[in-house]
Design a protein around this ligand. Structure first.
Ligand code: GUN
Length: 294
């Protein structure tokens, strides 16, 4: 079994980005600038946004965070989006999800200028992704694709089973794995909450991508010997005897599943760091377009 070391690959990717950013700054051009909008006090979102800011700093990308209270109205958030759309100093921005219940997420996503949508969530960018056109790829699926690529994992003709149809992960990765390129060219099955015989389908997977949001959902008896398993989940599970009082678990029961696979991502240190690195990739891409460097 080989661990897909997302932490290491993300560091390699960040080192490559840092070199490119330094090259931009050397030409006396402003550093790329990523802004993040954080509404409310969701603990996980705060952690993610802080990690994104730290990652920006590590590669020389300027970052700014717009923290808005949970009582922020949809109208006020739309105004912030409009402000960032028009701020020439900002190359790209994200609105951290989930948003408070009283705000229509889709409405906010559709208000973002597609040219600044470094999350790749705007319908224009999703449409381009589906058609295989150049666009901002959503960060988590892009991170999974990059891991498969850097470990030279064969995907052509393989059966790829995706668990979960979220717009952020399951839906886009199911499309990307079926596209006519490497990594891709797989035969894809997208499973979700209404799927019948889910365990049976999982057992036919050569590549199993799990983004279901349910701790340790995938057990060893759902996985074929020698499969490649990508675990997108991350959950804090209360645990005695740990300093923090919790342990991080994925959507896959790592202890048992890892014994029968060829490759698997750990949690933490698998997909998570790749997601953050890919956001930097998109920010650099946006900056290069903005500055006419492409
Ligand atoms: N919430 C969970 N993942 C993501 C992501 O990739 N981008 C944003 N904006 N919010 C998220």
């Amino acid at each position: 079994m080989v661990l897909l070391d997302g932490k290491k690959i993300a560091n390699d990717l960040k080192a490559e980005i840092a070199i490119e950013v330094a090259g931009i700054i050397d030409q006396e051009i402003e550093a790329p600038h990523l802004a993040a909008v954080l509404v409310g006090d969701d603990a996980a979102s705060q952690t993610y946004v802080a990690a994104k800011e730290k990652a920006c700093q590590s590669v020389g990308i300027t970052s700014s965070i717009y923290r808005l209270p949970s009582r922020t109205t949809e109208e006020e958030l739309l105004q912030t989006v409009e402000y960032l759309n028009n701020d020439d100093d900002v190359d790209g921005f994200i609105v951290q999800l989930p948003l408070p219940k009283h705000i229509d997420e889709q409405k906010i996503i559709e208000a973002i200028d597609p040219a600044k949508d470094v999350d790749g969530f705007h319908p224009v960018n999703v449409g381009k992704l589906v058609l295989g056109l150049d666009t901002f790829l959503p960060a988590t699926p892009a991170g999974i694709i990059e891991l498969l690529k850097r470990y030279n994992i064969k995907t052509e003709g393989k059966h790829c089973v995706v668990l979960g149809r979220s717009h952020i992960v399951g839906l886009p990765i199911s499309i990307m794995m079926g596209q006519k390129k490497y990594p891709g060219n797989a035969t894809v099955t997208l499973c979700h909450s209404r799927t019948k015989n889910l365990a049976e389908i999982c057992r036919t997977a050569d590549i199993l991508i799990v983004a279901i949001g349910n701790p340790e959902f995938v057990k060893a008896d759902m996985v074929k010997d020698g499969a490649v398993v990508i675990d997108v989940g991350i959950h804090r599970i209360p645990a005695n005897g740990t300093k923090s009082g919790y342990r991080l678990k994925g959507d896959v029961q790592f202890e048992t599943v890892s014994k029968k696979v060829s490759y698997i991502t750990p949690v933490p240190g698998g997909v998570g760091p790749m997601t953050i690195a890919e956001l930097l990739v998109n920010t650099l891409k946006a900056a290069k377009i903005n500055r006419g460097l492409d």
